[in-house]
Design a protein around this ligand. Sequence first.
Ligand code: GRF
Length: 194
Amino acid sequence: LTVAVLISGTGSNLRALLDAAADPSFPARIVVVGADRQADGFAHAEHYGIPTFMVPFREFESREDWGDELLAQLDVWQPDLVVLSGLMRLLPAAVVDAWAPRLINTHPAYLPEFPGAHGVRDALAAGATETGASVIVVDGGVDTGPILAQERVPVLPADTEHTLHDRIKPVERRLLIDVVRRVATGDLDLTAIA
Ligand code: GRF
């Protein structure tokens, strides 16, 4: 299975996926890493000699134009699966329509709880005693797609957004790696997902 990973930031989840895929027995290969900005996470792709592309959001007139360029880049690589791993950008409908359900996203909350760009902060603000990590199929909404995997993560009284996110990310990475493995082995058929 060939995989394209899209990021915006540090790419720690990307790094975990790259490390897993470096094992020859892992049934998926990361073929390209893309970002909507100059993402620190590109360093992880370079470490593994994996090509990268950047479609800088701020250089486009509209989200739709940005999306069209993203589609053009993805068409170059023709991956079997696109993984959003810390892409902090809502995809335009044209991208979701072209790639779903071979388009999955990781989210640092127990969806449908705390969707959106600040799931960790929102869980803390709500006084939640537990939150979680989720891997979903991207649909036209914000973190509303079918849930492929999720797991609870405790919130501790002294947690900050940073300490809580740091507790969530390892769970997120494990879930993501397992979902990619299951898609690659055919154990999980995304086209059969409603
Ligand atoms: C991850 O928790 C991801 O789910 C969220 O932002 C974080 C990105 O972290 N959207 P990183 O860039 O993988 O370190």
